[in-house]
Design a binder for this molecule. Sequence first.
Ligand SMILES: [Fe+2]
Length: 200
Amino acid sequence: MNRKEFLIAGSLSAFSVSIFGNVKPKGNDFEGDCETTNDILGPFYRPDVPVRNDLTAKDLKGTVVELKGKVFRGDCTTPIENAMVEIWHCNTDGEYDNESKHFHLRGKWLTDEKGNYSFKTILPGKYLNGSQYRPAHIHFRVTAEGSRELISQLYFQGDPHITNDPWASKKEAERRILPIALEDIHGNLSVVFDISLRDN
Ligand SMILES: [Fe+2]
């Protein structure tokens, strides 16, 4: 690879982590497969969760994190208003609330006119899948008029249990393994996850 090719490859890889996803050169244009990939629903989905975006509670153990982002159409640039983003995850002991009327650590929220959503929740713990732990993850389901339903999961960078997990280790999960960022001067944490739906 000469210097020019190296620079082009470098700029493409920088591009590939943008909201445009895995952008491939095609002549002078770009052809993107930027939609968010799906993942398994898992056995712990519950319908009819409350509409709320603060999933924390007074006596809940765990590290608080803000999960936020935008929901886009299939072009990965047009924001979707009123997309329903639903999330569910386990507590720090790796347990889901599968029965209580409180629907702990489950909620759904509509995007605003700019496609933004946000949840205040805690970082999930881990649970066993057979003899090995699944990596920490947050399940989500996103629906919007004119788009296909998306069911997927996000994971966290640096998690040692990703490599051996049958789902998180898949190539298509790569862009769903996210950094946890220091949000502000007070040590608050955030995870930014932009979601692109496939058009109907
Ligand atoms: Fe799960």
